[in-house]
Ligand binder design. Structure first.
Ligand code: CDP
Length: 207
């Protein structure tokens, strides 16, 4: 069976860590679709129109070393609300999802729009304070000069825009398993997700 796992959820919920762990456990390729929107948003900060940034995106854009900054996150969320930008990025994500070895994609609309037929879907979440604390520590660790309050305000603003937009709003797919990691460390979340994938699909972890 070709396994596709869809992981969605709000900002800094732990989607990336969980996706990488599931990809490693089941030998799947992983695509962080947030990085694609960040790369498009990044180019708009240099003056490139949003649609052009999406239509002309290259692998090099995804390798820029400043995609994880708060300014780029905000720009990503702004370009992500433009339906034409999303449409320009769909084919690449679907082609990745269909690769023969199986895949894990994480983002906001994977279970609802990009891979509605994914065998397993998760909606990963955590309280605002827990997510802001995780992102605050991450940003401090990478040398950013931020306060907890600014990180919390940024997350709330982005989540509100991502869930209120008309085009592919962030929401759990009806068949998604909601994983609230507010009180769970990452090892516990990964273990819970692995056993759910095995129960649902019969696939055994390879590592
Ligand atoms: O890492 P974090 O959860 O903070 O954000 P991300 O996954 O890198 O996504 C950055 C932004 O891209 C989000 O706030 C969304 O606006 C947008 N995005 C989206 O609209 N659809 C996706 N599939 C992935 C990201």
């Amino acid at each position: 069976m070709r396994l596709t796992i869809a992981i969605d959820g709000p900002a800094a919920a732990g989607k990336g860590t969980l996706s990488r762990a599931l990809a490693a456990a089941f030998g799947l390729a992983h695509l962080d679709t947030g990085l694609i929107y960040r790369a498009a948003g990044r180019r708009t900060l240099d003056g490139t129109p949003a649609l052009e940034a999406a239509q002309t995106m290259t692998a090099t854009d995804l390798e820029a070393d400043d995609l994880r900054t708060p300014d780029v996150a905000r720009a990503a969320s702004q370009v992500a609300a433009i339906p034409e930008v999303r449409a320009a990025l769909v084919d690449f994500q679907r082609a990745f999802a269909r690769r023969s070895g199986g895949s894990v994609l994480d983002g906001r609309d994977i279970g609802t729009v990009i891979c509605p037929d994914a065998e397993v879907k998760f909606f990963v979440t955590a309280s605002d304070d827990v997510r802001a604390e995780r992102r605050f520590r991450e940003l401090l660790g990478t040398g950013h000069d931020v306060t907890f309050e600014s990180v919390l305000a940024d997350l709330k603003e982005r989540d509100a825009r991502d869930s209120a937009r008309a085009a592919a709003p962030m929401k759990p797919a009806v068949d998604a398993v909601v994983l609230d990691t507010s009180e769970m460390d990452i090892d516990a979340a990964v273990a819970a997700a692995i056993s759910l994938v095995t129960d649902r699909t019969g696939c055994q972890p390879v590592t």
